[in-house]
Design a protein around this ligand. Structure first.
Ligand code: PMV
Length: 334
């Protein structure tokens, strides 16, 4: 099935709805996977090979304002800067908007702004597509439920299906070919002491998109077959850690999962790595601090920057070792 057919199937009789208002606005948090999504079983509609589990970043994410315009083309504005319509970024958004455009539907102005540091690997596409799906829902008054919204966001970017909720979210891979059972599921557990530290080591663009890197890993890595078994074990451990607030189990499982994902990439051909020298130096510093008894772990996505995991009580010591860190409290009141 195509993306278009899936969007139509989710919207069903709402498909022909005209916009209910002239503009809308929605926020979606960014999310960081503690058990990663790495590999698609269907590239067209972003169906994953495995399930995954994330923590959302509270008030850090993207706000999208959507309005109708009388113009020939959509207008895309990112952090107050109008983008060239033909840029890959704009074309990706326009392609997503086209999924919902019935005949004679006007063009949109999409104004997205993010309060995340603009840098590689901070899941900006996840919160961007999730906020766009939410803004479309409100503009057209579709009143979709969260699972349906998660499926629509998934069509923009896989990890976006986890950005519909705050807190911990599991993306169930599903088994259906049309992906109607592949969406995020909220895990109703608050853990206010958990902190996520964003450590920007470089603001250079990542060398390869996650889409391309995933595909090469799936098709060429000899380690890939053990990845799904590792994911099953890690999902079990993370859910256990979350339910009893066992931070050591959470941190250890998340770090080990990220390292295993990067190992599958190193063993792809041609090899892929998102490590830069600073990434490795910082990992070694974290391992040394852990040896000294500090409860600090990291995770890394498709970029060189690290996200640190620690508890609120250790924040002063962590911030003294990493002066440039930006600490996020995922469960803080907005
Ligand atoms: O959703 P995408 O295509 O941006 O891929 C996300 C991949 C990782 O961030 C590396 C892992 C994840 O689960 O978020």
């Amino acid at each position: 099935m195509t993306r278009h057919e899936i969007a139509k199937a989710v919207l069903n009789e709402r498909w022909h709805a005209m916009p209910a208002q002239a503009s809308s606005e929605a926020f979606a948090p960014s999310n960081i996977a503690l058990c990663k999504y790495w590999g698609k079983r269907n590239q067209e509609i972003n169906l994953p090979v495995t399930s995954s589990l994330s923590i959302s970043l509270g008030h850090k994410g993207a706000t999208t304002k959507l309005s109708l315009i009388d113009a020939q083309f959509d207008e895309i504005i990112l952090n107050d800067k109008p983008l060239d319509y033909h840029s890959p970024f704009s074309q990706r958004l326009v392609g997503f908007l086209d999924l919902f455009r019935a005949k004679h539907m006007p063009r949109f102005r999409v104004r997205t702004s993010t309060n995340l540091p603009v840098a590689a690997g901070l899941a900006s596409s996840a919160c961007g597509f999730a906020s766009l799906a939410l803004a479309l829902d409100s503009l057209f008054a579709w009143e979709l439920d969260q699972h349906q919204l998660s499926i629509l966001a998934r069509l923009g970017s896989g990890s976006a299906c986890r950005s519909i909720w705050d807190g911990f979210v599991e993306w169930h891979m599903g088994v259906r070919e049309d992906g109607m059972d592949s969406h995020g599921m909220f895990i109703p557990e608050q853990w206010p002491e958990v902190c996520v530290g964003l450590l920007i080591l470089t603001d250079q663009a990542k060398p390869m998109s996650s889409r391309e890197a995933m595909q090469r890993t799936v098709t060429t890595s000899a380690l890939y077959s053990s990845w799904s078994a590792k994911v099953s074990r890690d999902l079990f451990s993370l859910k256990q850690a979350i339910s009893v607030h066992d931070f050591l189990l959470l941190g250890k499982t998340a770090e080990s999962n990220a390292m295993a994902m990067h190992a599958t990439m190193l063993s792809a051909w041609p090899p892929i790595t998102y490590f830069i020298p600073e990434t490795l130096l910082t990992m070694q510093k974290i391992w040394a601090l852990r040896k000294e008894g500090i409860s600090l772990y990291f995770t890394q996505d498709a970029g060189p920057n690290l996200k640190l995991l620690f508890l609120e009580k250790d924040k002063p010591v962590i911030e003294s070792h990493f002066p440039t860190i930006e600490t996020i409290h995922p469960f803080a009141a907005k």
